[in-house]
Design a binder for this molecule. Structure first.
Ligand code: 13P
Length: 229
């Protein structure tokens, strides 16, 4: 199982070093942390597996505010999140840019967590399957690709998808693409077990609860325990 923590725009280098001084993940689960760009160097120095929160499709160029695979690889970063719903909602990310970012990162030797997920109104209109199918259709099966299902209405809201909703979406995604699928959206120590116990849930992408070393470790421990059983 893979448990990834997306720190979003939290934690500078000092807070990053503090987190890793205290972080001792259990055996039997792979843990990855995704700090903001400015804290990547401090995070890599910890020796833990570190992913960025985005990556561009060109090796270099006039792309202000972006970061390349070459820069990430030189820093010792192992992968990147691509297409997070916050990028789609606030920064104009589209299925096409997600396709380009993902394809280039995989080609460059980075691992990718590609995010998909429906908006609340899309779910209410019965469009979940169509939206997920469209978002997944730009991706190709690859050994270094993982998809994260993050229903937008469950992100940062404290409203988690029920295990049944997560399982249904994960099964759909896996019928389209043969890759592991993580669940994301208000995952915390109290609800991790029932979500991770679903047959097609292969791990979690944790936001808020990954900022606290104890709660992130608790989610990792739940995953490790379920992997053993
Ligand atoms: P929360 O766990 O804070 O809801 O965030 C989920 C997320 O967006 C992870 O990428």
């Amino acid at each position: 199982m893979l448990i990834a923590g997306n720190w979003k725009m939290y934690k500078g280098p000092g807070a990053t070093r503090e987190f890793f001084r205290a972080f001792d993940p259990p055996d039997g689960v792979e843990s990855v942390l995704c700090p903001p760009f400015g804290s990547l160097g401090a995070a890599v120095a910890s020796g833990h597996t570190i992913f960025a929160q985005n990556v561009h499709w060109a090796d270099e160029g006039a792309f202000t505010g972006e970061v390349s695979t070459l820069i990430l690889l030189e820093l010792g970063v192992k992968g990147a999140i691509v297409g997070h719903s916050e990028r789609r909602q606030y920064f104009g990310e589209t299925d096409e840019t997600v396709r380009m970012r993902t394809a280039h990162a995989l080609e460059a030797g980075l691992r990718v967590i590609a995010c998909v997920g429906e908006l609340e109104e899309e779910r209410e209109r019965g469009e979940t399957e169509a939206v997920l199918t469209r978002q997944v259709s730009v991706l190709r099966t690859h050994e270094s690709l993982v998809v994260a299902y993050e229903p937008v209405w469950a992100i940062g809201t404290g409203r988690t998808a029920t295990p049944e909703i997560a399982q249904e979406a994960h099964a759909l995604i896996k019928s389209l693409l043969d890759v592991p699928v993580l669940y994301g959206g208000s995952v915390k120590p109290e609800n991790a077990e029932q979500l991770l116990a679903q047959p097609d849930v292969d791990g979690a992408l944790v936001g808020g609860a990954s900022l606290d070393v104890e709660s992130f470790t608790a989610v990792c421990e739940t995953a490790a325990r379920l992997s053993r059983s």
